[in-house]
Design a protein around this ligand. Structure first.
Ligand SMILES: Nc1nc2c(c(=O)[nH]1)N[C@H]1C(S)=C(S)[C@@H](COP(=O)(O)O)O[C@H]1N2
Ligand SMILES: [Mo]
Length: 393
């Protein structure tokens, strides 16, 4: 076929040499079409699960008008976000194995056969670059390390679309070859027994690395595996009152205000205070006990038994109009997580409470004393601590 591009002879010569080097590599079973196809299929599944669970998490935290998130099952978000982090972690060895396996293929001559082929090859740049960006920022976030100038969720979210777009182009281009490779008999006539063994050893090692990484992190949310969770920074059973704290009262600058004896919760609407409740008054209202998880977007979670007053009852007693959404505000002066919103549907769930106690003890100030919002099926970032105000819209 005629090359699409004409280039000076010295460049073409280097190109041809690289091409020969590549052909020699491709005889190795670890660089074969079959390995590329198997790793590609596994990556396709892990990317898709990771993307969909991530998209869901984004929609729950920034709901557009057409989206509303249910309160039941109470632990659903814990599962979807656990899957998001676990598939992301499992992707890392698969991704590096795939890059290593197909590396010789990047050097082909001519670089592209036609314009369409050139676009497909260019999309590899955004696919590879974007994927590396996703796993690096994701891991840094799980490990509580934020060396970035940009806001992590916004960057991570935006680049996920670049990656998925490039992945669609790549999967379309490779579909026929991958299908053929995945369908043919594993030890087909074209492959000597030795290469089958080499290929299997390679894939086995990659799979084992993925599994080991998942086991070493998933204990942050799957409690029975917590002792194996050596790569996760938090264990669900370690922290004040026996569970983790992300942001302490000192960090949030609320140590004094949270422990002020004159503390009172206010219910407001349209800039007007409908009613205030002292802690004694709240303690005298009918209490509700609920066993609910905190499910942090970073992949750790912990289930606890909380006691407090349903938000619905507080609003009713304040004479607030029903069917409105409510902004829950913290004593914390600034910070991204100083408030969160409740929809009418979420307020109607009797387990949406302002908790004063956990495990039968008074809440520790690091866990949100005097009041913390806890509600079913909600990302941790929306379980506002040190609640001082309910603003009815
Ligand atoms: N006011 C306030 N509430 C907050 C936060 C915060 O930074 N400020 N952090 C949130 C996050 S990210 C999580 S996961 C849960 C649990 O965090 P904790 O471990 O700090 O209690 O509380 C949420 N509530
Ligand atoms: Mo969180």
């Amino acid at each position: 076929m005629k090359p699409a591009l004409t280039v000076p002879e010295p460049v073409a010569m280097v190109g041809r040499r690289l091409s020969r080097w590549r052909e020699a590599r491709l005889d190795d079973p670890r660089h074969s079409d079959r390995v590329a196809a198997i790793l590609g299929a596994l990556l396709g599944v892990s990317f898709l699960v990771c993307f969909l669970t991530g998209l869901l998490s984004h929609l729950i935290q920034h709901p557009p008008s057409w989206f509303s998130w249910t309160t039941r099952p109470a632990g659903l978000y814990r599962v979807t976000q656990g899957l998001h982090v676990a598939t992301g972690v499992a992707t890392i060895p698969l991704l590096f194995a795939k890059l290593w396996s197909v590396f010789p293929r990047l050097f082909r001559w001519p670089v592209a056969d036609n314009a369409l082929h050139a676009i497909e090859r260019l999309s590899l740049l955004t696919l590879i670059g974007g994927s590396l960006f996703m796993v690096t920022t994701g891991v840094a976030n799980i490990e509580l390390w934020y060396p970035w100038v940009f806001f992590f969720p916004a960057g991570h979210y935006a680049v996920s679309f670049v990656v998925m777009g490039s992945l669609v182009i790549h999967a379309t281009a490779k579909w026929a070859t991958a299908r053929r490779e995945l369908r043919r008999h594993p030890a087909g006539p074209r492959e000597p027994a030795l290469s089958v063994a080499g290929r299997r050893r390679f894939l086995g090692a990659v799979g084992a690395t993925s599994a080991a990484l998942v086991v070493a992190t998933v204990g942050q949310t799957v409690s029975p595996l917590r002792k194996l969770s050596i790569l996760a920074p938090r264990r669900p059973d370690i922290g004040v009152q026996g569970f983790p704290v992300n942001r302490t009262a000192v960090e949030a600058g609320v140590t004094d205000t949270a422990q002020d004896p004159g503390f009172a919760l206010a219910v407001e609407t349209g800039g007007e205070t409908l009613r205030t409740f002292t802690l004694t008054e709240l303690g005298e209202l009918p209490q509700r006990s609920a066993t609910l998880p905190i499910s942090c977007v970073e992949g750790w979670s912990t289930s606890q038994t909380w006691d407090g007053v349903p938000v619905r009852d507080i609003l009713d007693r304040a004479g607030a109009p029903a069917g409105r959404s409510v902004r829950v505000e913290s004593l914390e002066g600034g910070g991204r997580y100083r408030s969160s919103d409740l929809t009418p549907g979420q307020i109607d769930d009797a387990d949406t409470i302002l908790a004063m106690r956990v495990k039968g003890e008074q809440l520790h100030v690091d866990h949100g004393f005097p009041l913390r919002l806890i509600a079913p099926n909600r990302p941790g970032v929306l379980q506002t601590k040190w609640v001082v105000k309910l603003v009815v819209s």
